[in-house]
Design a protein around this ligand. Structure first.
Ligand code: ATP
Ligand code: MG
Length: 605
């Protein structure tokens, strides 16, 4: 009876199929949702029936609770929901799940909007701008609750919280019916209205769905659907003192918005029977359009060395373990962005990890690998010296006629391999070499360890893009610390000139000219936790914090970086990828770069 799935319409890259794509393709082939109408906004059955046939082939939604900043796990869900809608001629709604009056904050609402846009997605199109807030549906939710009561599907329970808990039973024991369970619809309706009208104190009663106290699925043992809570809601103010429970609100939100495929993480699997039960009851009453949305579960993202609980992330911020939600070590979208992640890298990551129905851990190196793949052909190359010591070419004046003489050097901004066929290479970088240059302290050894190929007395090395030099020795301070490295420049060996290869160098080292280098603060970020599963099994994640997750150094960088704007990414040759900090770079004329990632995977080591 199932029609063979047709291949997904794809743009560019062929997308790997997965169980959700198969479900959608089957629905499209069968025309499961072709009868739906869309009146241009969310609403009940009558509202939608008056609308056009839905221009969106499918509707998905991303429904964050605006109680924190989004993280890399949410990014997976965003890429999944918006990506499927885009690929199948549908639309994805951004819905703020703000039914809980206590927790919302406009700071979070704004940050969520920014994050979804930055990731490259849009909720516009197919008959409207689909940015919604669940609290706009409170009136309908209330009406639906009265309808359930009138038809004997819900009752007001006034047992104490303890009795209610005890009578719910457990996995091995069926629950016991509440003494309030057999109230008549008229009694329940009157009592529910008293709840609404503020006649009962907080916690004195709840409205419960009347299903089955003996169900093996505890979620079907007459779940609470409304509670009394005197709290001012950011949208509805003090209009309500009763609020719907999440498990009741969520299916209704989906149905009013005509969602076709409601994707959630696996922990909601046991809620699906209630989701279906509720929507069936409301369809029967003619309140909601048919066919109802369906819920499908996928495995949440678990990433090694990362925690994704909003509460724990908030604790890191509040305890000042990090500089804020956008600290470049945070797995929040604002943190990843400030760290130098690109939307393309995150989308590639979501595509690559795919969706499955069983929980597993994804290695952090997969995320970093996607970023390197993206930056490899985007990030212009540059030289930077992170632990500088001065190298002086003692024969410079002799060779060039003056100690102040400067020679111009050029190097490509992108190597040949990083430029796609037919693409014009960016202009070369230009910098100067003079008598003194900055080199990495570790690139000189007075007594070289075995196999060492860089600078030591007597060795011949190329200053990358500049001259070949022969090391002659060094100067040291009273403590024996090297203060200056000495060398002789070998004339006629400048890179790119005919004689460049006349002298063989043992190694090429990176450097920055003393004459034209610019000072920069470089923030060397490393993993925030040293444990791959920092909060697994109830572990204290704070004790797994990596004490060396941030090291700040004063570096010298080549002059091409004077043009860097916040968010610009570079590959500092030999060091890795770096980004001009989006907050601090350029402030007071100061250059600030963050290490995004090294050049190679170091997570397994
Ligand atoms: P809380 O920890 O406060 O319950 P949450 O992580 O569930 O928050 P929500 O704002 O409720 O956050 O999540 C919005 C959506 O993001 C939900 O559909 C949820 O399933 C999805 N989501 C959250 N965390 C992950 C994750 N780690 N992997 C995939 N999807 C996730
Ligand atoms: Mg949640």
């Amino acid at each position: 009876m199932t029609t063979p799935a047709s291949p997904a319409p794809t743009e560019g890259d062929a997308k790997a199929s997965n169980f959700l794509r198969q479900i959608i393709e089957t629905d499209l082939a069968k025309g499961t949702y072709t009868s739906r109408h869309w009146a241009g906004s969310p609403g009940d059955a009558a509202h939608q029936a008056a609308g056009q046939p839905d221009p969106a082939k499918i509707r998905t939604r991303f429904p964050p609770e605006p109680n924190g900043y989004l993280h890399v796990g949410h990014a997976k869900s965003i890429c999944l929901n918006f990506g499927l809608a885009r690929d199948y001629g549908g639309v994805c709604h951004l819905r703020f799940d703000d039914t809980n009056p206590e927790k919302e904050d406009t700071e979070y609402v704004d940050s969520i909007i920014d994050a979804v846009k930055w990731l490259g997605y849009s909720w516009e199109g197919k008959g409207g701008s689909h940015l919604y807030q669940a609290s706009d549906y409170f009136d309908f939710m209330y009406r639906a609750a009265e309808s359930l009561i009138e038809r004997g599907h819900a009752y007001v329970d006034e047992q104490s919280a303890e009795d209610m808990r005890a009578n719910r039973g457990d996995f091995n024991t069926p629950g016991k019916n509440s003494p309030f369970r057999e109230r008549t619809p008229a009694e329940n309706l009157a009592r529910f209205r008293e709840m609404r009208d503020g006649k009962l104190p907080d916690g004195a009663a709840v409205l419960r769905a009347k299903i089955d106290m003996a169900s093996p699925n505890i979620n079907l043992r007459d779940p609470a659907i409304y509670r009394i809570r005197r709290a001012t809601h950011h949208n509805t103010g003090d209009k309500w003192c009763i609020y719907p429970m999440y498990t009741y609100a969520h299916p209704i939100e989906d149905a009013l918005e005509q969602i076709t495929h409601s994707l959630c993480t696996l922990e909601f699997e046991d809620q699906r029977p209630f989701y279906d039960w509720l929507l069936e009851r409301l369809n029967e009453a003619g309140l909601l359009a048919s066919p109802p949305p369906r819920q499908y579960e996928f495995a949440r993202l678990n990433l090694t060395y990362v925690i994704t609980s909003k509460r724990k992330l908030a604790q890191l911020v509040n305890d000042k373990r990090v500089s804020g939600w956008d600290d470049p070590r945070m797995p929040t979208i604002v943190g990843l962005r400030r760290r130098g992640y690109t939307p393309e890298a995150i989308q590639l990551f979501a595509e690559r990890i795919g969706v499955t129905k069983s929980d597993s851990w994804i290695d952090y190196s997969v995320l970093e690998g996607c970023l390197r793949e993206d930056l490899e052909h985007k990030a212009h190359r540059a030289m930077a010296v992170l632990d500088p010591v001065k190298l002086v070419m003692t024969n410079w004046g002799e060779v060039f006629g003056s100690d102040d003489h400067l020679e111009t050097c050029t190097q490509p901004a992108l190597p040949h391999s990083a430029i796609a066929e037919g693409e014009t290479p960016p202009p070369d970088r230009v910098f100067m070499i003079g008598k003194a240059v900055w080199i990495e302290r570790e690139d000189f050894e007075e007594v070289p360890p075995k196999g060492y190929k860089r600078l030591f007395p007597g060795n011949v090395v190329r200053l990358k893009g500049g001259y070949v030099i022969e090391c002659t020795g060094c100067a040291k301070d009273a403590d024996g610390r090297v203060t200056e490295v000495h060398a002789k420049v070998i004339p006629g060996t400048k890179s790119g000139t005919p004689g460049a290869d006349s002298v063989k160098a043992k190694a090429a080292i990176t450097w920055v000219g003393v004459a034209d280098g610019i000072p920069a603060e470089v923030r060397l970020y490393d993993r925030l936790f040293s444990d791959p599963h920092p909060d697994a099994g109830g572990k204290d994640f704070l004790s797994a914090l990596n004490p060396d997750s941030l090291k700040v150094v004063q570096a010298w960088v080549e002059p091409s970086l004077a043009a860097a704007r916040p968010d610009d990414k570079f590959q500092f040759e030999r060091h890795g990828y770096f980004v001009a900090d989006r907050v601090d770079h350029g402030v007071g004329g100061k250059a600030v770069f963050n290490r995004v990632t090294g050049l190679k995977d170091s997570w397994g080591k």
